[in-house]
Design a protein around this ligand. Structure first.
Ligand code: SF4
Length: 105
């Protein structure tokens, strides 16, 4: 008999839809809505909020994925069901709202 060791034990919380969810391929909302202060190839001063990163390709994928020139902050964006919503529009709205609430201006 095969033992599946990662199943929750009685009383433990098992995987939830949130923990199983992942980034939507081709979304790109976090490459548009937030500001990025680090230099990006093609955008030496980073990018303002709401501006599409020049490294975001036509399929909404990062041209710099795996490239050391990709800003380290980009690797810190992770899927969050509440923030990302169920589609790109929701994600753009919610990230923009968050950006407004946290920017210094
Ligand atoms: S460098 Fe890549 S991951 Fe970072 S904002 Fe631009 S497209 Fe997105």
């Amino acid at each position: 008999m095969k033992v599946i060791s990662n199943l929750p034990k009685p009383g433990e919380k098992g995987p939830t839809p949130d923990t199983l969810a992942s980034c939507r391929p081709g979304c790109g909302a976090c490459c548009i809505a937030p500001s990025i202060t680090s230099p990006i190839p093609g955008m030496p001063n980073g990018k303002p909020a709401g501006v599409r990163c020049v490294q975001l390709d036509e399929s909404y994928l990062c041209r710099l994925f795996g490239d050391p020139r990709r800003p380290s902050v980009c690797a810190q964006f992770h899927f969050d069901r509440e923030l990302c919503g169920s589609n790109r529009s929701q994600a753009l709205e919610r990230i923009a709202w968050l950006e407004c609430g946290t920017s210094a201006g």
